[in-house]
Design a protein around this ligand. Structure first.
Ligand SMILES: Nc1nc2c(ncn2[C@@H]2O[C@H](COP(=O)(O)OP(=O)(O)OP(=O)(O)O)[C@@H](O)[C@H]2O)c(=O)[nH]1
Ligand SMILES: [Mg+2]
Length: 301
């Protein structure tokens, strides 16, 4: 399957949910009137763009329709595509891995797909010939490091882990020393999502960040927040909290293959102004797609 076909297949449920209302809305003969905008806004909210982003998109379309003197609904379709593409085009689409080594700290609540996403990124980087080191910073359960180890084997990455219950910051310290010795290109740090409260989580992430800063002061660093696309607007709330406590620089939205709520990708990019860099459309390594704004929006139509 080609690249775009995969994105299309991954977004099938969201597209299906939209297509009923959009087919009607954008069909050839229909007029652009107030009902049109009401229905459009409703369809965007249903696809989980959220009220804020849906309202902004609809207002932008009104403006374009006025300025370009569009009269037919099918002309508005292309205008809407452009508007949505603009809304998800935030910042650099690729991870900044310009230094040697570079660091990717991966965070997010439990079960969203952090470890899987790390495995997939590792596989893709290893396939590009990069030397990747995974750091098992989720020490809550032994199974977490075991799961990361399986991905290390599958991708050809190295892994640094300690015993269950170890201090994550100390695993990160070990990982960085090992990356220096092994001359790794990219260090990817897995973290636990299940800390009982915000203060604990903040303290732990701060501690990890301080170690990275101290040991690798000039390394490029990405803080990649993983969001579960099936949780829709909840994902947006999580993202806002993580943005506050952890200085998120990039987003990955997973499990879009299993949901009609794919509009959440537009909502997070637009309301947080943090670039989406990956979307997950399945469980296999090749199911993590680099985010291309125009392709993503095309796949919704
Ligand atoms: N269908 C689908 N499943 C996914 C995707 N990404 C992750 N998963 C699945 O989601 C489940 C949870 O993924 P994990 O990677 O273990 O999530 P985690 O955030 O590391 O979870 P904790 O370590 O428990 O906090 C696994 O069964 C993954 O296979 C995706 O894009 N599509
Ligand atoms: Mg995990």
């Amino acid at each position: 399957m080609g690249f775009f076909d995969k994105i299309k297949a991954g977004l099938a449920k969201t597209r299906d949910a939209l297509s009923d209302s959009w087919n009607d809305l954008f069909s050839g003969g229909s007029e652009i009137d107030d009902d049109f905008y009401d229905e459009l806004e409703e369809s965007l909210i249903l696809a989980d763009l959220g009220v804020e982003t849906a309202t902004r998109a609809t207002a932008a379309l009104r403006k374009t329709v006025r300025e370009k003197r569009l009269t037919q609904a099918d002309q508005a379709r292309d205008a809407l595509k452009e508007i949505l593409t603009g809304m998800v085009s935030v910042g650099e689409p690729e991870l900044n891995l310009s230094t040697h080594p570079s660091v990717i700290l991966v965070i997010g609540v439990n079960g969203v797909g952090k470890t899987t996403t790390i495995g997939k990124i590792a596989k893709q980087l290893c396939d590009q010939g990069k030397k990747v080191l995974l750091v098992a910073g989720d020490t809550f359960r032994a199974a977490a490091a075991d799961q990361l180890e399986i991905w290390a084997q599958r991708s050809g990455a190295d892994i640094v882990r300690q015993h269950e219950g170890a201090d994550p910051a100390s695993v990160v310290y070990d990982g960085i020393q090992s990356a220096k010795t092994r001359d790794a290109d990219v260090i990817i740090i897995d973290t636990a999502g299940r800390l009982h409260n915000k203060t604990n989580l903040m303290n732990e992430l701060n501690k990890i960040s301080r170690i990275v800063e101290r040991e690798l002061p000039s390394a490029s660093r990405e803080v990649l927040l993983v969001l579960d696309g099936t949780t829709g607007q909840n994902g947006l709330i999580q993202a806002k909290q993580f943005k506050e406590i952890a200085g998120v620089t990039a987003l990955a939205v997973t499990k879009l293959d299993g949901t009609a709520k794919g509009g959440i990708v537009i909502a997070v990019a637009d309301s947080l102004q943090i670039p989406v860099k990956f979307i997950g459309v399945g469980e296999k390594a090749e199911d993590l797609m680099p985010f291309v704004a125009a392709d993503f929006v095309d796949a919704l139509f």
